[in-house]
Write a protein that binds this ligand. Structure first.
Ligand code: ADP
Length: 497
């Protein structure tokens, strides 16, 4: 059997391709950034053609770097930026307008209107999501209403909709396959996560013709085979998952109660809740992790808007650091923050507070406060925010969480991870392969073709590089969290319009 797997990791700022061997070692990696378009205040767009061409180039380069040809590749796994909405012409495969990116706020007013009309509960019950402009439904509705002739053409079956996974599958298979997986479908706000079907009432509400929607297939299984002309030989696409869910899978969070956090620009916590779709009482959302065979795994998800971005702000906004990595040495130069707390609510607060009016706040400054204290308080804030989301998960799931697995750029920071372990009172585990998103997609794809017998075999191949264990007791933890929460209160409801 062929041993190599190709992961296409189509992110918000770059298209990457990683080739893994059977045991999960990286054989080669290639990445291409692409253009971000900001045509209006709060709008974010991508060119779907550029997404596809950079992805294809990355795949070709990764093959070349590895000295492999397409015939050496057993399967492809796709993971992608979620919610971003593409509408294209079935005949030509060309998008009819720019892709509307998940970050784009153009439909925020429409979402306010839907909430005012009382749709929030029904939409949450069906989709697990709060009404928000992030999700695809209002973006697709916008395209159908604003691009001339689009709705009529869609009704005639001439146009197709997809999230980025679906668009890549369509283009890679030469327009033969129109499909997605439940982890991506669950982010559209059109998919019923309990019945696993597109919801006819929601399609009616947003006036979306059902004929433009992709078929939803299990996350591990045959989606289609790439057009031979693209990479030199046909390769089966056998794994698909949205980026955060792929990272959860790549972290081997296979059992209910396992949790991962990605410390990137923002922070993304996902908890596997097994076969139970848990409705959060604490501002988390309910979504699908993956489907293998007919078994669906649900997750709770919470995001922190500003995580590593707070370090970026110290570096670029204040000029306190020359690099993000320097934050560790600077913070270590003092034993603690000397009572300083920084609430990095630079763009409001996400889960579990959901306060768009909160703003960044530093409290506890005294004559002795130095740059090092502020840098240390910033790292600590990343850990505090994560602890808040984890506490919400614990409460919603009524489960104890044995450990936290971590990845993302800032997970390279050892001090951050020890602080995190102290605040949670549980071990924090950093995997040897921090490319968990791509690895997750490759593992789903490998599972589908029988490269692994089962999840246990995948787990056996995965190594933890380092485990951080708590070094403080319960009383210290409780006091620190209480002080942090006092600081959060001072940051909340700041902007009054
Ligand atoms: P994304 O994929 O969200 O763009 P990454 O996962 O690459 O981000 O993480 C980058 C973020 O992590 C940046 O905000 C950066 O400031 C932060 N970061 C990177 N290295 C470190 C470090 N050693 N310590 C603290 N923060 C870091």
């Amino acid at each position: 059997m062929k041993q190599y797997r190709m992961a296409l990791d189509q992110g918000t700022t770059s298209s990457r391709c990683i080739i893994f061997d059977r045991t999960g070692n990286i054989v080669s990696l290639a990445a291409h950034e692409f253009t971000q378009h900001f045509p209006n205040e709060g709008w974010v767009e991508h060119d779907a053609e550029e997404i596809f061409s950079t992805q294809l180039t990355a795949a070709r380069e990764a093959l070349a770097k590895a000295g492999l040809s397409a015939t050496d590749i057993a399967c492809i796994g796709i993971t992608n930026q979620r919610e971003t909405t593409v509408v294209w012409d079935r005949e030509t495969g060309r998008a009819i307008c720019p892709a509307i990116v998940w970050q784009c706020r153009r439909t925020a007013a429409r979402c306010d209107e839907l909430r005012a009309q009382g749709y929030a509960q029904a939409i949450r019950d069906k989709t697990g999501l709060p009404i928000d402009a992030y999700f695809s439904a209002t973006k697709l509705e916008w395209i159908l209403s604003h691009v001339e002739g689009a709705r009529a053409r869609a009704v005639r079956g001439e146009l197709l909709f997809g999230t980025v996974d679906t668009y890549l599958i369509w283009r890679l298979t030469g327009g033969r396959v129109h499909a997605t997986d439940p982890s991506n479908a669950a982010r559209t706000m059109l998919f019923n996560i309990h019945t696993l079907a597109w919801d006819t009432e929601l399609l009616e509400l947003f006036d979306i013709p059902a004929c433009m929607l992709p078929e939803v297939k299990p996350s591990a299984g045959l989606f289609g085979t790439t057009d031979a002309a693209l990479l030199g030989a046909p390769i089966p696409i056998t794994g698909v998952a949205g980026d955060q869910q792929a990272a959860l899978f790549g972290q081997c969070c296979f059992e209910a109660g396992s949790v991962k956090n990605t410390y990137g620009t923002g922070g993304f916590l996902l908890m596997n809740t097994g076969e139970r779709a848990i409705t959060s009482q604490n501002g988390l959302l309910t979504t699908i992790g993956w489907q293998i065979g007919d078994k669906v795994t649900y997750v709770l998800e919470g995001s922190v808007f500003v995580c590593g971005a707070a370090i970026q702000w110290l570096r670029d906004g204040l000029g306190l650091l020359s690099s993000s990595a320097e934050s560790e040495a600077v913070a270590k130069s003092v034993p603690d923050t000397a009572g300083v707390y920084f609430v990095p609510a630079l763009t409001g607060l996400g889960a579990p507070y959901w306060d768009p009016y909160a703003r960044g706040t530093v409290v506890g400054i005294s004559r002795g406060t130095t740059r090092a204290h502020l840098v240390r308080a910033t790292l600590e804030a990343m850990a505090f925010q994560t602890a808040d989301v984890l506490a919400a998960m614990r409460e919603d799931a009524q489960a104890s969480i044995p450990a936290l697995r971590v990845d993302g750029g800032a997970s390279a920071n050892d001090l951050l991870l020890s602080m995190q372990s102290d605040l949670l009172g549980i071990p924090v585990q950093r995997p040897a392969c921090i490319e968990t998103t791509a690895l997750g997609a490759a593992n789903l794809a490998g599972l589908a073709i029988g490269l692994y017998r089962d999840l246990d075999e995948i787990r056996a191949l995965t190594r933890t590089e380092r485990t951080f264990s708590p070094s403080v007791g319960h009383a210290v933890r409780k006091k620190r969290l209480a002080d942090w929460h006092r600081a959060v209160e001072r940051a909340r409801h700041w902007v009054t319009e």
